[in-house]
Design a protein around this ligand. Structure first.
Ligand SMILES: Cc1cc2nc3c(=O)[nH]c(=O)nc-3n(C[C@H](O)[C@H](O)[C@H](O)COP(=O)(O)OP(=O)(O)OC[C@H]3O[C@@H](n4cnc5c(N)ncnc54)[C@H](O)[C@@H]3O)c2cc1C
Ligand code: SF4
Length: 543
């Protein structure tokens, strides 16, 4: 996103991305193509989806030219206004009056529309919500998808419908439910077909499979006012890493919450960027998320059809539920699901889960075995993504774990966040009963007492000073000049909705403050020490 706005302002821009570039026809048909889905290049897996296990959370994230948008479910929602009064960004700007225009810009760029394609899973959720008295909260999601006109089938290709013909041609959505596996039809508005496409068209250079491993200020100016040297390696190489060095005057970190934290920890520790705030890694949030679900063996309709997340409901004031689907044949998620189990986290919950399993096997042996049959899982299952906009966070640190003391890693610390949301479990049970299915939990949540999230944010949060955060109210890194963080790590509150639209809108806002290249003084700094130039100075100062 930032690349496009910087190119527009006349800067020469290079985008370093450790993931691969993808074309629609290269995406895997199902999740069984592990090597084209998962990202673990050292094991020969060169996909776009990554899963990192920490003691406090299992974090799912994307890795590709286009970032997480390649694997996300393209649900782009605005959070409730109350999130701007929570966390360390409260009071830093008049968010409620400033943000709507940046959300509008982000929505226009990403082609966000209300979902018109409701699949069987959406209709089932709607009926369950109505039966349970929360039918009025049902809504169709806002999605970044090129949809066919009402009543028409998808799969038709049109010249660019979004950017007055400047963008690539697009094909209308067929409702295959495959968004999370990458859209093989060219209907999903991932960043590579809007922001990045336009940035490249106007001169930005994208370096795929290029991992940034070093950033240090140039020519002895320790605050970066003379620019930076960026060191990269080839991320997919086993032997020849093709180490390269680039120089630049300014730098935008946009490597996701985990990626930016990891890189900045390394750079702070090795002395390249020692002035990064000690708040790095603090206040990492998981959207207070929990994944439950249900499987309805033998269900007559195909629950994998529709858009990955086509609708949502609120089961109470704080708890937001969205039905998520995988495309037909993507049944590997079955291995992560099991019978729904509540109870106290820890050994007691594991014991309760085993008891549930044994009782179910004894009472309904065939029915239970059908629940754990991989074949047909995606067609018969609905995952319920439950999120809460409530306070709660963990911390990340850069430490040597006891099991691998030779090098430092990102490790999670702090108070445990709840592994499940009791209201969500209750809802899953009631939903399953109404639909004639069985409610399911995520197995790692029960076995390891670790919640899973695809929405990790924070760690370089916005704050009023380096004592409370890593970046200021316009994303400038405390302690350095012409250095910004524009990704999920800046987010300073649990949003309670999927975060990508907010990340994009905040990045739009940050870029709106940057001077055009022709009149930049290259001394943009946080904490009011930087002299802003041209008209953006006024914009920044007024917040
Ligand atoms: C399965 C799934 C479904 C999701 N669905 C939704 C959804 O429907 N709606 C929503 O709002 N959000 C969704 N998300 C979350 C969303 O993808 C992320 O919140 C969002 O992409 C984060 O944006 P970001 O700018 O912080 O970083 P990202 O989009 O993650 O981009 C960071 C990029 O930086 C690269 N990188 C990292 N380190 C380095 C390095 N050292 N050198 C070079 N490159 C590096 C990574 O490869 C990655 O491509 C989903 C996530 C997953 C995993
Ligand atoms: S539902 Fe299928 S066609 Fe539509 S955006 Fe998702 S992957 Fe593409």
């Amino acid at each position: 996103m930032s690349a496009h706005r910087l190119v527009e302002k006349g800067y020469r821009v290079a985008v370093m991305e450790m993931g691969r570039r993808w074309r629609p026809e290269d995406f895997p048909r199902t999740s069984w193509s592990i090597h084209r889905w998962f990202w673990r290049p050292k094991l020969g897996l060169r996909g776009f989806f990554n899963m990192r296990l920490f003691r406090r959370a299992t974090i799912f994230h994307g890795c590709a030219v286009g970032g997480g948008s390649i694997t996300y479910a393209n649900t782009l929602l605005r959070p409730p206004d109350k999130v701007w009064d929570m966390g360390s960004w409260a009071g830093l700007a008049d968010w409620k009056s400033e943000m709507p225009r940046h959300y509008d810009t982000a929505c226009r760029m990403l082609g966000v529309v209300q979902n018109r394609i409701l699949g069987p899973a959406d209709n089932l959720l709607k009926r369950a919500a109505e039966s349970l008295g929360v039918g009025h909260t049902f809504y169709r999601t806002s999605v970044a998808v090129f949809q066919p006109p009402e009543g028409e089938s998808g799969g038709n290709t049109f010249p660019d419908p979004y950017f007055n013909g400047e963008g690539p041609e697009r094909t209308t959505c067929v409702g295959c439910g495959g968004c999370i596996m990458g859209c093989r039809y060219g209907a999903k508005n991932s960043l590579d077909v809007n922001y990045l496409y336009l940035a490249e068209k106007h001169g930005a250079r994208v370096f795929p499979e290029t991992k940034v491993v070093g950033v240090r200020p140039l020519a002895g100016a320790s605050d970066g006012c003379a620019g930076y040297e960026v060191e990269t390696v080839r991320s997919t190489a086993w032997i020849r890493h093709n180490r390269r060095r680039f120089t630049c005057r300014g730098i935008v970190f946009a490597a996701s919450a985990l990626g930016t934290m990891e890189l900045l920890f390394k750079l702070k520790e090795n002395g390249s960027l020692p002035a990064i705030s000690d708040q790095l890694g603090k206040h990492v949030r998981t959207n207070s998320e929990s994944l439950v679900g249900l499987r309805i063996p033998g269900y007559t309709e195909d629950l994998s059809k529709g858009i990955a997340i086509g609708c949502g409901i609120y089961i109470d004031e704080h708890t937001h539920v969205e039905p998520v689907r995988y495309p037909s044949g993507s049944d590997t998620m079955m291995f992560l699901t099991t019978l729904l189990t509540g109870g106290q986290p820890g050994p007691m919950r594991i014991a309760l889960w085993m008891k549930n399993l044994v009782v179910s096997l004894l009472r309904h042996p065939l029915k239970t075995l059908r629940l754990f049959r991989p074949s047909g899982w995606a067609r018969e299952s609905i995952i319920l993504l439950c999120m809460q906009a409530l306070e709660g966070h963990i911390d990340m640190r850069w430490e040597r774990p006891w099991f691998w003391p030779w090098r430092k890693w990102l490790v999670s610390r702090g108070e445990r966040i709840p592994t499940f949301i009791p209201q969500a479990n209750r809802f899953a049970e009631q939903f399953a009963q109404l639909a004639g299915g069985t409610a399911m939990s995520m197995l790692p949540e029960i076995l390891f007492n670790v919640p899973g999230t695809a929405h990790c944010v924070g760690g370089c949060i916005m704050a009023d000073s380096r004592d409370h955060g890593v970046v200021d109210y316009s994303n400038r890194v405390f302690g350095y000049k012409n250095m910004y963080v524009c990704d999920g790590s800046m987010v300073a509150a649990n949003l309670g909705v999927n975060p990508s639209l907010t990340i994009t809108a905040l990045a739009e806002r940050a870029m709106s403050f940057i001077s055009p290249a022709a009149c930049t003084a290259w001394n943009d700094a946080a904490e009011g020490s930087g002299e802003r130039s041209c008209e953006s100075t006024a914009a920044t100062r007024s917040g």
